[in-house]
Ligand binder design. Structure first.
Ligand code: ITT
Length: 210
């Protein structure tokens, strides 16, 4: 039993593998296939891009496919980088490039966030939220299921932590006093935008662990 995820992002694959693994499913990603059609993420919203990825790959493979489009929306930057999160610092940007670009953009604004008095937090530059849109397309049953969720936090003035991927080292969660990159995968999978958006899919999936 396996689920095909229309992604080339290894960080996403690891998280999905853990989440689906709990129900006894393995995951395959685009790295497991050759000769796939090109995907152009031309949508203006996360949901549109998730639909594009799921449509192209499910039509090609003729099996149910789940796609994830996600990103970081930073309040002080008017919601940027948003759907451009993966390419924020340029077409072939690494996670480190994108994080550096984000810190630079926020330092230029000289924005500071004050959290309620009585709490000790490191310097925070802006409110932010991670967003994850999921689309599952079953091309045989002609079925489309969509979900979207968010995870709220703040952008820290410097990177902290080595787990996770992408913007995780800059994404600070005040209630935990840690960045997303300082959480174990198990902890991230309890509260992340991706885990929350996926919960409905997981709840509907028959358990294959016994
Ligand atoms: P696929 O399209 O192949 O899935 P991608 O990396 O291009 O891979 P997106 O277009 O959805 O995926 O871009 C998502 C970007 O948003 C990703 O590159 C990360 O930088 C960031 N992102 C998404 N989820 C994240 C998370 O849980 N933690 C940190 N950064 C995240």
């Amino acid at each position: 039993n396996f689920v095909v995820i229309a992604t080339r992002n290894e960080g996403k694959v690891k998280e999905f593998a853990e989440l689906f693994g709990a129900k006894g499913y393995k995951v395959r990603s685009l790295a497991d296939y050759t000769d796939l059609p090109e995907i152009v993420e031309s949508g203006k919203t996360f949901a549109e891009n998730a639909r594009i990825k799921a449509q192209i790959i499910s039509a090609h493979l003729h099996v149910p496919v789940l796609a994830d489009d996600s990103g970081l929306c930073v309040t002080a930057l008017g919601g940027d980088p948003g759907v451009y999160s993966a390419r924020y610092a340029g077409e072939n940007a690494t996670d480190a490039d994108n994080n550096a670009r984000l810190l630079q953009a926020l330092r230029e604004l000289d924005n500071r966030i004050e959290l309620p008095a009585g709490e000790e937090h490191p310097p925070l530059l802006s409110e932010a939220s991670f967003v994850c849109a999921l689309t599952l397309i079953d091309p045989v049953a002609n079925e489309v299921i969509e979900a979207e969720d968010v995870c709220q936090g703040y952008i820290l003035h410097e990177e902290r932590g080595a787990s996770g991927f992408g913007y995780d080292p800059l994404f600070y969660i005040p209630s935990l006093g840690r960045t997303m990159a300082e959480l174990t995968m198990e902890e991230k999978n309890e509260l992340s935008h991706r885990a929350k958006a996926l919960r409905m899919f997981l709840d509907q999936l028959p358990d294959q662990t016994n």
